[in-house]
Design a protein around this ligand. Structure first.
Ligand code: 4AD
Ligand code: MG
Length: 467
């Protein structure tokens, strides 16, 4: 086969030098046609669209042609031609075809319209479908948007450790990391596991958040963000929870609650706008196939100011709804944590736009949140989104050493893990705050996908760590 430099499909579709000899490589999506001519839709992942290859069957060997089936990988040399019928401006009249890899009739993606559940079972192949190709390209774009936003705003990318000895959220939902022989655990006289011989000489786990280390960096560099994998062993089998997810955690010195809310809102809008500016082909596909209101909803978010709502006021609205006959599964009263049905009522039903809820009761939030003057509420911020619920959780941090120490003590958090964190409040303490954005929840919102398992390549959930 003649050696011609490969052109990606995304680029070949833009070319207008008709008559040129081009080479494309990719995977066969469909093959149709007559006894005389075949039309092959070839996709290489560079763009959602396929390029049509027109094959005059009489010019090719039968043995080669029988290998051109759905899923096979081809290299095609051909003449770039203006197209009338392919849905694209160009097509390629094949001159030479090489089958780089056959796909026999056991290839699982034979027909269109597989269920999401089935596709999860073939997660190693599902990225070759239009839907998952689109999701993956958008996921990449959102990562670039995040880095670009923070870089443009003077934040430094900071790498917090994955293995840690402290439980940031204090929820005890951590995966342990050990090199001990689990069949032969050494225990002391009280039956407690001895960690002295373990790799780190102490009990360690996978991190649930990079925030605590992020705070040490923010109180040195001024403004940082982390962006990395996060692990939670919470047994939540919902369409919004993963055991391994990616979190973006900016942390900023010298900001107050209003600055923090401004940052949260500005940041999310920037990401959504980035998707609209850079991913329109993929968004249009998802808008047609997955969620007919997707693009409208994304554009809507950019136009609206987010509602800023104190928790106490939120509870009043929910209690009012109950009085007026609205039925919730879980009860609401001041002091309870909101269930997702409550969050969604406020966002989708009452305000019909994103809500930043603030000033939560101290008891339902983490130990590090700044305590308000009332002594009862803290400066936590949850950003609540339509159909997603909580997309961001953040807060102004308690910078007062004594108050923070008091919370650590009364909540029974072991000091041996926390001395370094408290040092930030002993040496040049400063007002500061930050938040965590669940990366997959952002992708859920931007793609319109319904289940978080379908916006990460290989989801980890209770009972599932395949691939
Ligand atoms: O609200 P969370 O627990 O906050 C923190 O971890 C803070 N340390 C963040 C900070 O202030 N630096 O988690 C933050 C976000 C949530 O709003 C949610 O979007 C996402 O992380 N998240 C999950 N996403 C997927 N699966 C899970 N199991 C998640 N748990 C939290
Ligand atoms: Mg939260």
């Amino acid at each position: 086969m003649e050696n011609i430099r490969r052109t990606k499909v995304v680029d070949v579709l833009k070319r207008t030098d008709f008559g040129a000899l081009v080479n494309v490589k990719g995977w066969v999506r469909t093959r149709r046609g007559s006894k005389k001519v075949s039309f092959i839709a070839l996709n290489d992942g560079s763009i959602i669209h396929n390029v049509q290859i027109v094959v005059d069957l009489e010019s090719f060997d039968e043995n080669l042609l029988k290998d051109i089936t759905t899923g096979a990988c081809l290299s095609v040399n051909g003449v770039l031609t203006e197209s009338v019928g392919s849905g694209q401006a160009v097509e390629i009249q094949a001159r030479e075809i090489e089958v780089l890899g056959i796909a026999d009739n056991t290839y699982p993606l034979q027909k269109k319209g597989h269920s999401m559940e089935f596709l999860r079972e073939v997660a190693h192949l599902r990225m070759r479908t239009n839907t998952f190709g689109a999701v993956m390209r958008i996921r990449h774009n959102m990562a670039i948007a995040i880095h670009t936003y923070f870089h443009e705003h003077g934040f430094f990318y900071f790498n917090s450790p994955i293995i840690t000895a402290s439980d940031c959220e204090g929820a005890g939902e951590m995966f342990q990391v050990t090199t001990q022989n689990l069949y032969d655990l050494k225990k002391d006289d009280d039956g407690k596991i001895k960690y002295d011989d373990d790799f780190f000489g102490k009990m360690t786990s996978l991190t649930v958040s990079g925030q605590l280390e992020g705070e040490t960096a923010a109180t040195a560099l001024g403004a940082i963000y982390t962006f990395g994998p996060t692990f939670r062993a919470e047994n939540s089998n919902t369409p919004r929870h993963l055991a391994e997810f990616w979190m973006v955690e900016p942390e900023v010195a010298f900001i107050d609650l209003n600055d923090l809310m401004d940052l949260e809102e500005d940041f999310i809008k920037y990401c959504v706008k980035w998707a609209l500016d850079n991913c329109m082909d993929d968004l249009q596909f998802l808008n047609n196939m997955i969620d007919k209101t997707l693009i409208e909803r994304l554009q809507g978010v950019l136009k609206e100011d987010f509602i800023r709502l104190p928790y106490t006021e939120g509870i009043r609205i929910l209690e009012e709804a109950v009085k007026n006959g609205h039925k919730f599964e879980f009860p609401v009263s001041w002091g309870t944590d909101l269930a997702s049905e409550h969050e969604r009522y406020l966002v989708e039903h009452h305000f019909k736009r994103p809500v930043i809820m603030i000033d939560y009761p101290k008891e339902i939030k983490a130990f590090y949140m700044k305590i308000n003057e009332d002594g009862k509420t803290v400066q936590g911020t949850d950003v609540l989104f339509p159909s997603i619920g909580e997309i961001i959780g953040g807060s102004v941090r308690e910078e007062n050493y004594d108050k923070l120490k008091h919370e650590i003590d009364t909540r029974g958090i072991p000091m041996k893990d926390m001395w370094w964190y408290l040092d930030t409040r002993r040496y040049g303490s400063c007002p500061h705050g930050g938040f965590g954005l669940g990366f997959e929840r952002l992708i859920l919102f931007v793609t319109g996908m319904a289940n978080i398992r379908d916006v990460i390549p290989y989801p980890r959930t209770p009972g599932n760590a395949n691939f």
